[in-house]
Design a protein around this ligand. Structure first.
Ligand code: SF4
Length: 384
């Protein structure tokens, strides 16, 4: 039995937390909106104090065998690609460490040739001595493969369903293993059984009607909390940003609705972490950091080698699986003078980690660089 078995009937699920969540998404006037904001802030302080966890994404590779219409790394996009080697990854991680980060999210496209299980294990092992909290956001794996990631020193897995609407999912994922909706939907459960202590789920807003996505995400979260109860959960609501391929969102999630979504999750799921990325603008990030968010990225790059310039010696194009050298006659963009890998999407808040810290402190919050160490679990990390 997994969430896949109940998912198609999730809108009929009448457990109290989901009824409450649904009510919180109803349209509100300004006064009611303000009350929701204050309640969300209060519940956040009660459960998380004045802390704000900081992390950075570290992109390992932008090679990918999937075509996800909304993503810059899609296989059919003629973009500059690279897969960092272990020394380059260590250099990127050391740079982020020098800025204060102790929590990194390793991100990669899905490509069995470049981003194999062995490669990811090597990456984790190479940085675990100085990065205590390592999370992964990569293609879905089997439970046994997740166990290897955990044994290597990884503590968290992030996997977003992108859209919970089956028909939209089918239309947007045109080729590659990601086409399998159920395989992805079961991923958090496999991650749990693989031993991850922290699991992040989410939807990419802009692909389908936002309230339906929110309700499905809340149902998924409620299911995981009931059935896989030993793990900590985070949720995230990334909105589409400009990227190679030029995808335009088909459904709008306004700033006000975005905020109400955060409030609804915070009020309904008081102990769940809510992540905010640099996809959002400076002003929105400044404001909402006080009202429900518990974890933020800062100074992010969404291309491999983006922090140090590493990896430029192996830049190439990969178009429909075929590698094309930068100066080859086959190169569709040989006039292009760009000398860094292509980003997954444009970020919207380019402030440095130091600037983000200053704003958080101005807002009365404590930036937290480190909140986890493997030694907490003594010698056996699976006995949590
Ligand atoms: S969303 Fe992920 S799987 Fe899809 S193209 Fe982008 S990197 Fe590849």
């Amino acid at each position: 039995m997994s969430f896949v078995n109940t998912f198609d009937n999730h809108t009929n699920c009448q457990i109290p937390v989901l009824e409450k969540f649904k009510r919180l998404l109803n349209p509100v006037n300004d006064e009611e909106f303000e009350k929701l904001a204050q309640l969300s802030a209060k519940i956040t302080r009660q459960n998380f104090g004045y802390t704000m966890r900081l992390f950075a994404p570290l992109y390992l590779s932008n090679e990918c065998i999937n075509n996800c219409t909304y993503c810059g790394f899609s296989r059919s996009n003629a973009i500059l690609r690279v897969t960092l080697n272990i020394d380059q990854i260590v250099a990127e991680a050391e740079h982020l460490h020098s800025l204060g980060f102790r929590s990194l999210l390793l991100v990669a496209g899905e490509h069995p040739k470049f981003v194999s299980e062995g490669y990811l294990e090597e990456c984790i092992k190479a940085i675990r001595n100085f990065i205590p909290s390592i999370a992964l956001e990569v293609g879905p794996m089997e439970t046994s493969e997740y166990q290897k990631m955990v044994t290597s020193g990884c503590e968290a897995l992030i996997v977003y369903q992108e859209t919970y609407d089956r028909s939209t999912y089918k239309n947007l994922h045109t080729s590659g293993p990601k086409k399998d909706f159920n395989w992805r939907l079961e991923c958090p459960e496999r991650a749990y059984h693989g031993g991850f202590r922290r699991i992040g789920i989410g939807a990419l807003f802009g692909l389908s009607e936002w309230k339906n996505e929110a309700l499905a995400l809340a149902s998924h979260l409620a299911y995981l909390q009931r059935k896989c109860w030993k793990a900590n959960y985070t949720v995230s609501f990334p909105r589409i940003r400009p990227a190679a391929g030029g995808f335009n969102p088909t459904h709008n999630l306004s700033d006000k609705d975005f905020l109400q979504l955060v409030f609804a999750f915070r009020i309904s799921f008081p102990e769940v972490g809510i992540i905010l990325s640099t996809r959002e603008s400076e002003s929105l990030r400044n404001n909402i950091s006080k009202l429900g968010i518990t974890s933020m990225s800062a100074g992010s790059h969404t291309e491999p080698g983006g922090y140090t310039g590493k990896g430029t010696d192996d830049l190439h194009y990969t178009v429909r699986g075929k590698r094309i050298e930068l100066h080859s006659d086959d190169n569709p963009n040989s006039f292009c003078s760009t000398q860094s890998a292509t980003e997954q999407f444009e970020i919207n808040d380019a402030r440095s980690p130091k600037e983000i810290c200053e704003i958080l402190i101005e807002n009365g919050l404590d930036p937290v660089w480190k909140d986890w160490d493997q030694s907490i679990l003594c010698s056996n990390h699976q006995n949590y």
